[in-house]
Design a protein around this ligand. Structure first.
Ligand code: GDP
Ligand code: GDP
Length: 457
C-alpha cells in the first residue's frame, strides 16, 4: 500500500512551515531529537484523523542553482520557488498552494499557480494569515489564480485549518485494505543517497532469481514494488520504481533521495542503508539513516563498493568503528561489507534481513522481562532523585516493530537517560533485537496505586 504525499508550496514567509507544524503537532512531540535529523525537518510522516500521508514543506529545501529561469513559462520566477514547485509536482499526490493575505497576490504566485495547473495534480488553494475580519474580504482577489475554491486560513492561530484539511483528506487516494496473508512477506527498503549503488543492489538481490510477476493471492502488491523469492521466502522490495527510473533528474537530486527514503521506509519492516564504502559516511547518509531510526524500523548498514577498497586485516573492523562513531544512534544496526557489482556477500545480506525482521517481531514475556529488570536494578541501582530513591516496579512489552516497553517507576523524571541505556543494554544481552531500535517509556506509578507492586530494591 502506497502512502500519499502532500506538499505545501508558496512564497517565502507565506506560512508554509507554520502549517506544516500544525499538521504534525501531535506527531512531532514524540519524535526523538537526533542532531541534524529532527531539527529543521521539512518532510514527515503525518497522521490526521486516522489517515496517513507524507507531508513536505517545500520551503525547507534550499535551491541548488540559485538562478532564476530566464525563459519559458517560469521566466522571472525566483529559483527557490521554481525548484519547490518542481519538487511538489514531481513528488506529491496533492499540493497545498499557500498565498499570503497580508502581502496580497504577487506575480510569482500567478506563475506558480500556472505551473501547478499544468501539472494536472490536485491543488488545494489557501490564503494564509486571514486573522482579522478586515482581511476576509480580500481573499477574493486570489480567485484570479484560477481556483474554483479558496480556503482562508490562519496557520498560526487555527481558523480555517479543519476545513482545509477536510478538503485535503477528501482528495487523498483511499487506502487499500492490507489483507493478512498466510505467506509471510518481508518488506524491505533499499535506501541511500544517489550513486551509492541502490539499483545495482536491487539487481543483485533480484537478478538471477525469478521475480514473482503475479502477486501472491490475497496480497496487495504495489506496482512500484518488486517481489522476489529467495530460498523459499518471499521478499517485497518496496518503492523500487524510483530506483529504476534513472537519469531524469538533473538538479536537486540529493533532496529527492531523502523523500524517497522516507516513503520507502514507512512501508518496510527493515531497511538496507547503503553507504558508499569508497567515499565514507556523509551527512546525507546520516540523515537517511536517521529516518529509518525515527520510524522505528529494522536497519542493516551495508558498506557497498567494498571491491574498490584496498584491504588489510583490520580494514573492516576499522571501518565499522568509524561508522559507529559517525552514526551513534544506529549502534544496534549490523554492518556488512558488500559489493553489489560483484555480488559479494549478497547471500549474507539476505540472512541479515531475515534476522532483523524476525528480531523486530520478538516478544519478551512479562515474567522474563521483570526478571531482567530485577537483576539489572539489583546490579546497579537507579540512584536518588530529590532525596528519594528511584524505584522501578515492573515492566511490560507493549509493542513490536519496534520492540517497545513500558516500565513503571515512582519518579520517571528522576531516571537518567544513561540509566535507560543501561537497561536497554541489559535487555539486549538476553534479547539482542538485532538491527532494531528498542523504545522504552517510563510511566509514573505510586506504590499505593499498584496491585502489581514488585519488591523494593
Ligand atoms: P514559510 O517561509 O512559508 O515557511 O513561512 P513561516 O511558516 O516561517 O511563517 C512566516 C511568518 O509568518 C512567521 O513569522 C509566522 O509566524 C507568520 N505566520 C504564519 N502563519 C500565520 C498566520 O496564519 N497569521 C499570521 N498573522 N502570521 C502567520
Ligand atoms: P543508485 O543511484 O544508488 O541507484 O546507484 P547505482 O546502482 O546506479 O550505482 C551508481 C554507480 O556505482 C554505478 O556506476 C554502479 O556501477 C556503481 N556501483 C554500484 N555498486 C557497486 C559496487 O559494489 N562496486 C563498484 N565498484 N561499483 C558499484
Amino acid at each position: 500500500m502506497s502512502i500519499p504525499t502532500v506538499a505545501i508550496v508558496g512564497r517565502p514567509n507565506a506560512g508554509k512551515s507554520t502549517l506544516f507544524n500544525r499538521i504534525l503537532k501531535k506527531k512531532l512531540a514524540v519524535v526523538e531529537d537526533i542532531p541534524g535529523v529532527t531539527r529543521d525537518r521539512n518532510y514527515a510522516a503525518a497522521v490526521y484523523e486516522g489517515r496517513r500521508f507524507t507531508v513536505i514543506d517545500t520551503g525547507g529545501f534550499e535551491p541548488d542553482s540559485g538562478r532564476a529561469a530566464v525563459s519559458g513559462p517560469e521566466a522571472g520566477l525566483p529559483a527557490q520557488m521554481r525548484e519547490q514547485t518542481e519538487l511538489a509536482v514531481r513528488e506529491a499526490d496533492i499540493i497545498i498552494f499557500m498565498t499570503d493575505a497580508r502581502e496580497g497576490l504577487s506575480a510569482a504566485d500567478q506563475k506558480v499557480a500556472e505551473a501547478l495547473r499544468k501539472s494536472g495534480k490536485p491543488v488545494v488553494y489557501c490564503v494564509n494569515k486571514v486573522d482579522g475580519p478586515k482581511l476576509e474580504g480580500e481573499i477574493y482577489d486570489f480567485y484570479s489564480l484560477g481556483a474554483d475554491e479558496i480556503f482562508p486560513v490562519s496557520a498560526l492561530h487555527g481558523p480555517g485549518f479543519t476545513e482545509l484539511m477536510d478538503r485535503v483528506l477528501e482528495l487523498l487516494p483511499p487506502e487499500t485494505e492490507e489483507k493478512e496473508d498466510e505467506t509471510p512477506v518481508s518488506n524491505i527498503a533499499i535506501i541511500g543517497r544517489p550513486n551509492v549503488g541502490k539499483s545495482t543492489l536491487l539487481n543483485a538481490l533480484t537478478g538471477q532469481k525469478r521475480a514473482v510477476t503475479s502477486p501472491i493471492p490475497g496480497t496487495t502488491v504495489d506496482p512500484v514494488d518488486t517481489l522476489v523469492k529467495f530460498y523459499g521466502k518471499t521478499y517485497n522490495f518496496v518503492d523500487t520504481a524510483g530506483l529504476r527510473s534513472r537519469g531524469k533528474i538533473t538538479s536537486g537530486i540529493e533532496k529527492y533521495s531523502v523523500i524517497r527514503a522516507l516513503k520507502a521506509v514507512e512501508r518496510c519492516d527493515a531497511a538496507i542503508l547503503l553507504i558508499d564504502a569508497f567515499e565514507g559516511v556523509t551527512e546525507q547518509d546520516k540523515k537517511i539513516g536517521g529516518i529509518a531510526h525515527e520510524e522505528g524500523k529494522g536497519i542493516i548498514i551495508a558498506l557497498n563498493k567494498w571491491d574498490l577498497l584496498e584491504k588489510g586485516d583490520k580494514t573492516f573492523d576499522d571501518y565499522v568503528k568509524r561508522v559507529r562513531e559517525e552514526m551513534k544512534y544506529l549502534d544496534y544496526a549490523p554492518v556488512v561489507a558488500i559489493s553489489a557489482l560483484t555480488k559479494q556477500r549478497i547471500g549474507k545480506l539476505y540472512e541479515l534481513v531475515d534476522e532483523v525482521v524476525e528480531h523486530g517481531k520478538k516478544r519478551v514475556s512479562t515474567p522474563e522481562l521483570n526478571e531482567i529488570l530485577d537483576s539489572a536494578v539489583k546490579a546497579q541501582a537507579p540512584g536518588m532523585f530529590k532525596g528519594r530513591r528511584v524505584k522501578f516496579y515492573f515492566g511490560t512489552q507493549v509493542g513490536v516493530s519496534p520492540p517497545t516497553f513500558v516500565f513503571f517507576v515512582n519518579r520517571p523524571e528522576g531516571v537518567h537517560f544513561s540509566y535507560l541505556r543501561y537497561l536497554e543494554n541489559r535487555l539486549r544481552e538476553r534479547h539482542p533485537f538485532t538491527g532494531n531500535p528498542v523504545r522504552i517509556f517510563l510511566k509514573k506509578r505510586k506504590r499505593e496505586d499498584g496491585r502489581e507492586r514488585t519488591p523494593e530494591y
